[in-house]
Structures are given as C-alpha cells and as structure tokens.
Design a protein around this ligand. Structure first.
Ligand SMILES: *Cc1c(COP(=O)(O)O)cnc(C)c1O
Length: 616
C-alpha cells in the first residue's frame, strides 16, 4: 500500500482511514508508555479497551514499575520489555514524546503512536526516515471503534459506509476474526477511495445492515435497557471506558443511526439527538454554561427560541443578549461583556428569509474564544454547510425538513470537533475533572468526541429529553430523500415567491432567492442551491387582511410548523410570535401584515392557484 512506502510522505494533519486501519490490523503487541494505574485516566481507559480487542499491552511507567496495571506487570522502560513490541503508544506530553519516539525506534517498534493532543513533528520525521510509521494526536481506542465496525454509539461519525453485514455481536477484532479485513487494509482492485456524495450519505451513513438479522432497513429498537455481559462489562460501560448501550435515556441503536447520519451530512464529528429542537438548544448549552453566564443571540430567531433564551433560561441564571447580527459593531460590543459563552444565530432565519453572514460571526466568536452555534433547521445541510464557514456547533429541529413529513418531533446537536475546549478556562464542564464521573476530564479523555460524549453521558442522562426510537426511525426515513425533497422545495418556493412579488395585493416579499432581496448576495454565498422554502410576505391591509388570507386557503394548511411535504401558511403575529412584544415581533420579522409560508412539494401550479384565490 502506498502509505506503507517510506518514500511517500504521510500527511499528519489528515490521515487516511486506510493508513490507520492497516496499522491497527497489523500490530499485535503494544507498549503503553505513561500507562496509569488510576482507572479514570485516559491511558487506563485505552489500555483496558485495547486488551478487550485482543492486543497484548505492556504498561511502561517508571513511577509504578514492578506493580500491575489491569493484570499486566509494569516495566520501567522499553529496554526492560520481555519482547520487541509492534507499537509504542505514548501517553506523555509533546515534549517528552520526542525522546520516547527515538527510544521506540531503537527498540525496534514498527509503529509509534502519540496520543490525542500529543505531537512531535521532528521526532516523527526521524522515525519515518528509519521506516517507522507514526500516528500523532489520535486515540487508538477511538480509531479502532470507528474503523472496525463497532456499532454506532453516541452518534460518532465513523465515515464508514457499507452494505455488508458486520460480524455478529462484537467489533471485528484485528487478528483474523471474521470481518477484520472487509474492505479494510487494501482498497479493492479497480476501486479508488472517494468521499461519498451527499445523497449517498443521506441513504447510507450510520445504517449498515443489522448484524444479527441482516435487516436492511434500520430496526426500531423499542427497548428501554440493554443487558450487560457481566459485572465488569457493566462497570466499564458506566465508567465510559467501553462504548455501548446501557439505558435508552442515554443512547439507543436506532437513534445512534440517525445521529451518525446527521453528523455525516453536516460534515461533523458527532451528533446528539434529542426529543425536540428546543431540547437540543438546552442540551447544547449545558456543557458551556454555568449560572451567571450568557450567550449572544440574533434578534432574528424562531419565536420559541427567543422565549426560551430570554425568559425560561433565566431560571437557570443563564442570560441572553439579543443583537441584530447584521450590525457587527453591536455584536462586538455585546461580545466584550464578561461571561459570554457562545454566539447563536440561524443560518436562514425563521421566519423572515434572512441570511446570516456566518463567517463574520465566526470572526467575533474567535476573538473572544467561544463557539459559534448555528441553527441550520431551515436551510438543512443540503442547502447550507455551516461548518465549512467556521461554525463550531450546529442545531437542528429535525421536526422540520430533516424528517420532512410533519410526523415526528426531534432535535439534533452536531459538533464539528474542531473547537479547542482547553484554549481558555471558560468551559470547565469539558476541560476540568467531572465529579459525576470520578474526576474524568471529558476533553482530555475523548478529544474531539468530548462535546458529543458529554451530550449523552451528562446532557441526556441528567436532563432526560431523549428522542423516541420511533421518531428516530421516521426521521431516518425522511433523511434518505432530503436532497431530492430540498431540491423540489426550493424550486417551488422560488416560483411562488416570484408570483407573489408580482401580485397587486402583496406589499412585499422577503425571499432571499429574489434578486431584489437585501440578502440575495449572502444567499448566493451561503445557500447556492436555493434560499430555502420558508419565507414571508406582506399583504396590503395589515392584520385583518393577513388573517383573511390565511383563513381562505384550501390547499395550504393553516398551522404552526414548517418543513412538511404539504404547503403550510401562518400569520405569525396572531400565533407563533404572539408572546413577544411589538418591538420584538417587528425585530424578528413578524409584524402585523406578515404571512409566513412553508412551500411544500405539491404541483406548483396548484400552490399558486390556492394563493390566487386567497389573495383575491
Ligand atoms: C421549530 C424550530 C425550533 C424548535 O424546534 P422544536 O422541534 O419545535 O422544538 C428551533 N429553531 C428553529 C429554526 C425552528 O424552526
């Protein structure tokens, strides 16, 4: 394989799956330098996991030499090991990793692996010059579970797409056990490795055939709990040392499929699904916020979000400054206040057809070292990819376009995996020892999976807004056609917006797909495939005319939802936005004359004919 050829340079910023997979499939013996006897330390986690997968692990730690860790004698140095090991796994800081890498090469190891957060490029080059393969800033436990078909758990994006049935009951072990080499170490003849496209991921990501039955459609795991193999297995699961299901409040295999699917579509590291979009917002903020902290949110948000942030979160002593995100000076001013922990906006704002300049918000978020959270509900990953523009966390109400058929509530929190939770002391829940897990530090142990792990292991466990498996199933079904549906949604919406724009009874149309919209240029940049299918227009005649129009429609359903196959219509001032003050209503784009439509997938001429009657 090309990457085993020492003359070909390995890209240490972006390892290919094949490179990592071939290493894990080949090695049998590991020396773990810096192995800790303390079970809540990451090295102890990794050692226990690797032992369970069939590797022989020798702990090396001069401080406790002669004692035992996890049943293995501890050695003071690599020189004392009873055999030459295949791989040296280094759990020390980057500075110490240099000399240990050199010692590992002298020892005769074929692979040197530096743990999450550990990197020493000079030592890596020296090792590679001697034909030794090097991996840096990765955890073998996480890579193994991702690449060797361990069932999706906690919604991590494995990036593996396969319609092959997996070995029953366990992750395929590296040594000759069934499935270990399925498409693994060598790309099959004539196949090039390419990244699967959006539509392929929408249908396949997260959803391999059921290992037990071969069922091709994802089963609905209608169960509240999962059996343990034995007491030790149970303890490992509770301690988060082993990935697996315990109790369905924390995770469920059906929901895990949806989580991985959404993570894949957004290009993120992992996803936590929740019972609704609003609970996603709550669970998303939990690891970021302490009492007295605040977020900065756009004034142009879904009405329910304004109420949740502005009123209900106050009961937790969480605060929110609402800012017009088109006004960067105002945003910078708000960001200068103490205890700001996140910036929050919608990519395509509900209901006004407003588009957020994600990149400039990211600049401000970076200046103060906090994550940028983007609600991508109305755009969906088909139309807008916030991570590509710097967002750190994405929120969805899957209730809307992701499920797409108006039949299942749900929410999702997607993590890009790129935010450095150690960069400042703002996020102790992720960067400090967690008392509820015996002093485990999430970011140290789980690296770029920390935020998503916290979402399940603390957010869902302690707050409890779990997505029902039936709703996960319905949303999985819906997500398979997301690309096709969104394509038709935006085609229909564009035609309807153009029709309304030319109608004498219509005062204005706020749709970023129209060339006259102040957001048209931003739409072209952030939503090049179309500006969504939810927008507002104003009827001449104010509040009464608005009510009349909504009540006259026959095909349009008058209700408070968006993102259905059916066309929907609403008068926000008398419904979704009625809790707000007049000023908030206008700022949110929901004044008296405003009508909001969510254009569905019916024949577009029928949609237009219905509006023709309503406006007449
Ligand atoms: C609907 C919606 C929410 C809330 O989601 P629920 O699933 O109704 O709890 C949040 N943000 C946006 C943009 C929405 O449209």
């Amino acid at each position: 394989m090309a990457e085993n050829d020492p003359t070909i340079e390995v890209d240490h910023d972006a390892y290919s799956d094949d490179y990592i997979k071939s290493i894990l499939a080949e090695i049998r013996t590991i020396a773990m330098v810096g192995a800790s006897p303390n079970w809540s330390r990451p090295s102890n986690f990794a050692m226990k996991y690797l032992q369970a997968k069939g590797y022989k692990v020798y702990p090396v730690n001069p401080g406790v030499a002669g004692t035992e860790i996890l049943g293995e004698r501890v050695y003071a140095s690599l020189d004392e090991l009873p055999e030459t090991v295949d791989m040296v796994d280094i759990f020390r800081n980057s500075e110490a990793a240099g000399p240990i890498t050199d010692a590992a090469v002298e020892h005769g190891a074929k692979v040197v692996w530096l743990q999450l957060g550990v990197r020493h490029d000079a030592a890596a080059s020296r090792a590679e010059a001697r034909g030794v393969r090097v991996v840096m800033d990765r955890c073998p436990k996480i890579e193994f579970s991702r690449l060797f078909g361990e069932l999706s758990w906690h919604g991590f994006n494995s990036k593996v797409i396969s319609s092959k049935r997996r070995a029953v009951g366990k992750a395929s072990a590296p040594s000759g056990i069934a499935g270990a080499n399925q498409g693994a170490t060598k790309p099959k003849a004539g196949r090039t490795t390419r990244s699967p496209g959006f539509e392929t991921r929408a249908i396949h990501a997260g959803a391999a055939p059921d290992p037990t039955t071969g069922a091709r459609s994802t089963p609905i795991f209608q169960t509240t709990a999962f059996v343990f193999d034995d007491v030790d297995h149970a303890a490992s699961l509770f301690n988060l040392q082993t990935f697996g299901n315990i109790y369905a409040r924390l995770s469920n295999p059906t929901t895990s499929v949806l989580e991985e699917r959404i993570a894949s579509l957004e290009g993120g590291r992992g996803t936590t699904c929740t019972a609704s979009g609003h609970s996603a917002q709550l669970v998303a903020l939990l690891p970021l916020m302490e009492p007295g902290d605040r977020i900065i949110a756009s004034t142009k948000l879904y009405g329910g979000s304004i109420t949740q942030f502005g009123k209900t979160f106050k009961k937790f002593d969480w605060h929110c400054n609402f800012v017009d995100m088109d006004d960067l000076d105002a945003l910078r001013q708000a960001a200068a206040e103490p205890r700001v922990k996140a910036i929050y906006a919608e990519s395509l704002a509900n209901p006004g057809g407003v588009i957020t300049d994600i990149e400039s918000l990211k600049e401000v978020a970076s200046e103060i070292g906090v994550p940028l959270i983007i609600d991508n509900t109305m755009a969906t990953p088909y139309l807008c990819q916030p991570f590509k523009h710097g967002a750190d966390i994405i929120i969805h109400s899957t209730t809307k376009f992701l499920s797409g058929h108006g039949n299942a509530m749900g929410g999702a929190i997607v993590d890009s995996g790129a935010f450095d939770w150690f960069q400042n002391d703002k996020f102790p829940a992720l960067s400090q020892p967690e008392p509820a897990y015996h002093g485990l530090t999430f970011f140290e142990t789980f690296g770029d999976l920390a935020y998503t792990t916290y979402g399940h292991a603390v957010g869902l466990r302690d707050l409890g807004p779990t997505m029902a498996p039936m709703n996960a199933y319905l949303t999985i079904m819906g997500s398979e056609t997301l690309g096709l549906r969104m394509q038709r949604h935006v085609e229909n919406a564009q035609q309807v917006a153009e029709y309304l724009d030319g109608h004498p009874a219509v005062a204005w149309v706020s749709y970023a797909g129209l060339p006259g919209s102040p957001y048209h240029a931003l739409a072209k940049k952030y939503l090049p495939k179309g500006a969504g299918s939810v927008f507002t227009f104003g009827v001449k005649g104010g509040f009464q005319a608005g009510v009349k129009c909504v009540e006259t429609c026959e095909l349009f359903s008058h209700l408070a939802n968006i993102g259905d196959t059916r066309s929907l219509i609403l008068h926000p001032a008398s419904t979704t936005h009625r809790q707000l003050t007049d000023k908030q209503r206008t700022a949110a784009g929901a004044g008296d004359d405003v009508i909001r439509v969510s254009i569905g997938l019916e024949t577009v001429e029928d949609i237009i004919a219905d509006l023709e009657i309503a406006l007449g």
